[in-house]
Design a protein around this ligand. Structure first.
Ligand code: NDP
Ligand code: MG
Length: 396
């Protein structure tokens, strides 16, 4: 490789961010960290800066920036600290950056990710909420700028690997019948409805196969994660919602499958470790070592499959409805979910109320067209306000 690839990691202090830096550190001959961003875990951000010596670090506000800047100087580093969303957008769009890893959680990642898209970068997308919120506009921006959008979400990375190279011609053109999106089923796969009333945030965050941030862990427990992923798959692969089938596969070894018209079904398998899709997307179309152990099929021994239960997990149904309604519906679904998950993690509501909030918010607000980013943020703000009112009426 002629030149080191300059990589910005948005959300470096999170689970995906740390896995990304683990892979990058294995390949100093290929990658150099250009910028790292954090939000609350600023001691971790400092430690990451000491390890990777980025040109820039980004933190949410000025006082924290001054503190970090002093610490960095004391450590002998020339890293410059930038502030807020403006700083995030700057390190996403900087002319020297080749690759942006979008690993901020939630709607907060939308503008910085779009800044990378508009600047025509190679974008490794973990921040599914950004794409769910703004789907059509996001994909239009990718086409306009010529950005290369590669999925980090393990399922979408698996689908990407199982698709033919020219899938953007259209699924029917390339002989794809449907996408089979696998789901572990989460920690409550076998929990009866009545018991879901009493589950705690820590139980919801104890995922059987994956170690992840708390928001996505709750999403996995409610199956909203799979709902968001269904919408994500529709945009990434230009699929209709009815072309994406959710399959519960508790072992999380098959990360998803593509079903072709000739009856062939291609799957991607691997240990449940984000470093595999990260390494795949970082090096694409080449392959590099990720540090993940080889898959031991004898130890796994069996692969099971079940249909999802939308009665116990209504979030999946709500997400499918939002996917079908399109327009402002996915942004509202996402925003209501973000508010509901935060309230659940704060102990203000019970687990099944996450779905109740989302369903009520979506039923209160008509679906409207979203022709620009302003309309996306308007839908997001409306849903947050309605979810907030729901909490004021009903929560502890
Ligand atoms: P984490 O909670 O572990 O990390 C989130 C990151 O975003 C942290 O760096 C956090 O900073 C930062 N952050 C949080 N809020 C803001 C904000 N308002 N502004 C700027 N930065 C912010 O989450 P994960 O790494 O688990 O997930 C990140 C994204 O990747 C999510 O969209 C998730 O759905 C997706 N994803 C995650 C997978 C996983 O295995 N974890 C798998 C597939 C997708 P700080 O920590 O300093 O507060
Ligand atoms: Mg996933």
């Amino acid at each position: 490789m002629s030149r080191l690839q300059q990589v910005t990691v948005l959300g470096a202090t999170g689970s995906v961010g740390l896995s990304t830096l683990d892979v990058i550190a294995r390949h100093p001959d290929r990658y150099q960290v250009f910028a790292l961003t954090g939000f609350t875990r600023l001691n971790e951000l400092l430690a990451l800066c000491v390890r990777h010596a980025p040109r820039f670090a980004v933190v949410p506000e000025a006082a924290a920036a001054r503190g970090l800047q002093e610490d960095l100087r004391a450590a002998g580093l020339a890293t410059q600290v930038l502030v807020g969303e403006e700083g995030l957008c700057q390190v996403s769009a900087d002319a020297e950056v080749d690759t942006v890893v979008a690993a901020i959680v939630g709607a907060a990642g939308l503008r910085p990710t779009l800044a990378a898209v508009d600047a025509g970068k190679k974008i490794l997308l973990a921040n599914k909420e950004a794409l769910v919120m703004s789907g059509a506009l996001f994909m239009q921006a990718v086409r306009k700028s010529g950005a290369v959008l590669l999925p980090l979400d393990s399922e979408h990375n698996a689908i990407f690997q199982c698709m033919p190279g020219d899938f953007s011609r259209g699924l029917s053109q390339v002989g794809v019948r449907r996408i089979l999106l696998t789901a572990s089923g989460g920690p409550f796969r076998q929990t009866p409805s009545a018991e879901l009333e009493h589950v705690s945030p820590d139980q919801a965050c104890a995922h059987p196969n994956w170690s992840m941030g708390r928001k996505i862990s709750v999403d996995s427990a409610s199956m909203m994660n799979k709902g968001l992923e269904l919408i994500e798959a529709c945009w990434l692969f230009d699929a209709r919602p009815d072309q994406v089938e959710v399959v519960i596969h508790p072992q999380s070894v098959i990360h998803s499958l593509v079903d072709y018209v000739d009856g062939s079904v291609l799957a991607q398998l691997g240990n449940p470790d984000m470093r595999t899709p990260i390494a795949n997307a970082l090096a694409w179309p080449e392959r590099i070592d990720s540090g993940v152990a080889p898959l031991d099929l004898f130890a796994i021994a069996r692969l099971d499959f079940e249909a999802p239960d939308e009665q116990r997990f209504p979030c999946l149904r709500l997400a499918r409805q939002a996917a079908e309604a399109g327009n402002s519906a996915p942004a509202m679904l996402n925003a209501a979910n973000e508010v509901a998950v935060a309230a659940f993690l704060d102990g203000r509501i019970r687990f099944p109320q996450i779905a109740s909030i989302i369903e009520d918010v979506l039923s209160l607000e008509p679906v409207v067209a979203v022709n620009d980013l302003g309309a996306v943020f308007e839908a997001d703000a409306k849903a947050r306000a309605l979810a907030g009112q729901w909490l004021n009426r009903n929560a502890r």
